[in-house]
Design a protein around this ligand. Structure first.
Ligand SMILES: [Ca+2]
Ligand SMILES: [Ca+2]
Ligand SMILES: [Ca+2]
Ligand SMILES: [Ca+2]
Length: 259
C-alpha cells in the first residue's frame, strides 16, 4: 500500500511539473501580448560614422542596412507604382536613430501651409517610434511618438495637452529628388515615455546594441485632393481601423539594434 502511495505521489508531482511546463511554454508563445500577430522584425546596423542628413544616400552604412517595403495599403483605392512606391532602411549610433526612405510619388504637395493644420492630408512621411516596445495606447501621451514629417521637414505629433505640436527639434530631416525618386534622410533623438512637453529637462537616451524598440513607417500620399488619397504603411493591419497607428503602438513592428 505504501509503495502505491509513493507512486501516486510521484505521479502527482510529475503531473504538476508537466502543468508548469505547459504554462511556461504557453507564456513564451504569447510573451508579447501587447502587440498584434505577424509583426515585422526590423534590424538596424550600427553606423561607425553618423550619416550626413542631406538626402544623398552615399554613406557606407546605407549599403549595409536592409530595405523594408512600404506596401500595406491602409486607406484609399489601389494605386500604381507611378503613383506611389516606397521603402526604407534603418541604422543607429549611440546618439540617434537614422532612417533612409526612398520613394516615388508622382505629385509632391503641401497644401496646408500651417504645419499644425491637417498635416496628415499633405504628402507626409510618418515615423512611429516606441522607445521600449511596450505597445499600448499613445494617442495623448508619450508612450510612443508618431512623427508626421512634412515636405518642409517639420515633425508634428499630438502632445499630452491633446493638441498638435511641433517636435522638429527631435528630428533632423532632409530630402532630395534623384530622377523620379525622393531620397529622405532622418536623424531622430529617442525619448522615453517620461518625456514632458515644454520641459527643458528632456534628455534623449543613449542607444546600445541589443536594444529593442517599436517601429512602423508610413506615407500619406496626396496628389491634389482635399483629403489624402492613400495611406500606406510598413505593417499589416488585419482588423479594425487601419489608420490607427497614431493611437495604437501594438501595431508597431520590433526594431532590433545590432552591432
Ligand atoms: Ca546622406
Ligand atoms: Ca502619388
Ligand atoms: Ca512605450
Ligand atoms: Ca503625392
Amino acid at each position: 500500500m505504501r509503495g502505491i502511495a509513493v507512486m501516486l505521489s510521484k505521479i502527482r508531482i510529475a503531473q504538476k511539473l508537466a502543468a508548469i511546463l505547459l504554462a511556461t511554454t504557453a507564456a513564451a508563445a504569447c510573451a508579447d501580448s501587447n502587440h498584434y500577430e505577424d509583426r515585422t522584425e526590423y534590424r538596424a546596423p550600427k553606423a561607425n560614422v553618423a550619416p550626413i542628413i542631406d538626402g544623398v544616400a552615399d554613406e557606407a552604412i546605407w549599403q549595409q542596412a536592409q530595405w523594408h517595403d512600404l506596401k500595406q495599403r491602409w486607406l484609399g483605392p489601389e494605386y500604381t507604382k507611378e503613383d506611389f512606391e516606397g521603402r526604407f532602411k534603418v541604422a543607429w549610433t549611440e546618439d540617434k536613430l537614422y532612417i533612409l526612405t526612398e520613394f516615388t510619388d508622382d505629385i509632391l504637395i503641401d497644401t496646408h501651409r500651417d504645419p499644425l493644420v491637417q498635416y496628415w492630408d499633405d504628402d507626409c512621411l510618418e515615423i512611429f517610434l516606441d522607445e521600449d516596445f511596450s505597445g499600448g495606447d499613445h494617442q495623448f501621451n508619450h508612450n510612443a511618438f508618431a512623427y508626421h514629417m512634412s515636405l518642409d521637414n517639420q515633425a508634428i505629433d499630438i502632445g499630452t495637452d491633446e493638441q498638435a505640436r511641433n517636435y522638429s527639434h527631435h528630428v533632423e530631416s532632409r530630402w532630395k529628388q534623384h530622377g523620379n525618386k525622393v531620397i529622405w534622410e532622418l536623424a531622430i533623438d529617442i525619448y522615453t515615455d517620461a518625456y514632458v512637453d515644454d520641459s527643458d529637462d528632456n534628455q534623449p537616451i543613449t542607444l546600445s546594441a541589443g536594444k529593442v524598440m517599436g517601429l512602423m513607417v508610413a506615407y500619406c500620399d496626396n496628389d491634389g485632393s482635399e483629403l489624402r488619397e492613400n495611406f500606406i504603411g510598413s505593417e499589416l493591419v488585419a482588423e479594425g481601423p487601419k489608420d490607427r497607428g497614431w493611437i495604437d503602438a501594438g501595431l508597431f513592428g520590433s526594431l532590433v539594434l545590432v552591432e
